[in-house]
Design a protein around this ligand. Structure first.
Ligand code: SF4
Length: 433
């Protein structure tokens, strides 16, 4: 990450981007930069955070330092997200996911006793931390914490059910190079944290029953986990993940929007997911460029192949409906060293080609912000500049509007001041009027 700069470089770059892209909301520009550079916390701010919802490490670490190095940024106390408002840019309410980075120019501190976000020592916005969901006070009959089985993110909108916390793509020749899922599991266990590899269906159902009873904030749930290349408990990937929606929907049909984040599967397995009750399907394609796909996703390339992967995404649109197929790509990973693009405009041109391809079929690609997690194979890297992310937001919205696509379902509210989606600003840039 960029070193802390006393010379105002971060602020100057924010303002340069705001001036160059005046029709993008400034909130989206600030949000992408915070996601890119991470957040530091003063000890006082961390003390306040202990009364709010902490990071639940719901799938990847999304941190820029390993858990063991976070002595003063005690990982159990950093809040899941921040919500900023006001300040010199008069920001509308904007939710941003926390990525802990002790050297970030963005520092959460107390200002006159209130939470504030400073950038390079200068006040940037007033802050709130997310409340602890009311249902967190309940414990499952197995004794497990509900926050470990069914954490809420996106300011309480989404229940995130990572039901399988390992991936059968294993080791450097198979794991996606940006991913620390297998490593996160090892880190959490090594730090003595309660962390279950395969979640029990009974625990999930009980957790959702408690949420149904005690919560009125959650609106959607995601079922996800690592890929299953062979079998898990005797089941193929589609079968394994289908059971969870089946169990939830048979009891609480329509209570939440059910989403599955799994591989691009053969059609029979896609049908299983749909018949089980899922309504949104996320067969993530990670990166568009063919050579980079084979370098960055060696397991997917070898077991499925990029052409077949893309074909499966389009085929699944016949089952789910195109706008309910929302494949994710990892924004910025196409600029990863040493083989990624070095030129921002070439990187954007490649990614925009993928956006155009999918959106021309009515399919709705969206992105998360690449977080160069230190224990992933790509390791510590600076990552792309703010200019890259601003141009990416611009290209995404331009293509989205070119094909007059509907607001992506299952992502909460669109538009600046409304969006809950916290790991990129694509929902913040949607024009609502
Ligand atoms: S498929 Fe790739 S991104 Fe997904 S869990 Fe496995 S290694 Fe990680």
């Amino acid at each position: 990450m960029d070193a802390v700069t006393a010379d105002g470089a971060t602020t100057r770059e924010l303002e340069r981007m705001m001036a160059e892209f005046p029709d993008l909301p400034p909130e989206a520009i600030v949000k992408q930069d915070i996601l890119r550079q991470g957040l530091a916390f003063s000890p006082d701010a961390l003390r306040v955070a202990s009364g709010y919802k902490p990071k639940d490490y719901f799938i990847f670490t999304f941190d820029l330092v390993p858990v063991a190095e976070m002595a003063k940024h005690a990982q159990f106390r950093a809040p899941e997200e921040i919500r900023m408002t006001g300040g010199p840019y008069d920001l509308r309410r904007t939710v941003v996911s926390t990525r802990v980075a002790p050297d970030s120019p963005y520092v959460v501190e107390l200002r006159e006793g209130k939470l504030a976000l400073n950038c390079e020592g200068v006040f940037l916005a007033e802050l709130e931390f997310p409340p602890i969901p009311g249902y967190y006070e309940h414990t499952l009959s197995s004794g497990k914490k509900i926050s470990e089985i069914a954490p809420a993110i996106e300011w309480g909108y989404l229940v995130y059910l990572t039901v399988y916390r390992l991936c059968q793509y294993w080791g450097r020749d198979e794991e996606c190079r940006f991913c620390d899922l297998n490593e996160n599991f090892r880190q959490q266990r090594a730090n003595g944290r309660e962390y279950t590899a395969v979640k029990e269906l009974d625990d999930i159902v009980e957790a959702m029953s408690l949420i149904n009873k005690y919560d009125d904030v959650t609106r959607a749930y995601t079922v996800t986990g690592g890929s299953i290349t062979k079998k898990l408990d005797g089941m193929r990937e589609g079968e394994f993940y289908a059971r969870f929606a089946e169990a939830i929907e048979s009891r609480f049909a329509g209570r939440w929007i059910p989403k599955a984040v799994v591989q691009a599967l053969p059609l029979d397995e896609v049908k299983m997911l749909f018949e089980a009750g899922y309504r949104i399907y996320h067969p993530n394609y990670e990166v568009w460029d063919a050579d980079l796909f084979s370098w960055i996703c060696p397991g997917k390339d070898r077991y499925v192949g990029r052409d077949e992967w893309v074909k499966r995404i389009l085929d699944s649109a016949d089952i789910f409906g195109p706008s309910n197929v929302i494949p994710n790509f990892v924004g910025g990973v196409e600029m990863a060293e040493p083989h990624g693009f070095t030129d921002i405009d070439k990187a954007i041109a490649s990614t925009a080609e993928g956006l155009d391809f999918f959106m021309s079929h009515g399919v709705m690609p969206r992105f998360t912000t690449w977080c160069p997690e230190p224990t992933s194979n790509l390791g510590r890297q600076t990552g792309p500049s703010l200019e890259y992310f601003v141009k990416l937001l611009y290209a995404w919205r331009e293509t989205f509007e070119k094909y007059s696509l509907p607001v992506p379902p299952g992502y909460g509210s669109p538009g600046p001041g409304n969006a809950e989606f916290s790991v990129s600003a694509f929902m913040d840039v949607i024009r609502t009027s």
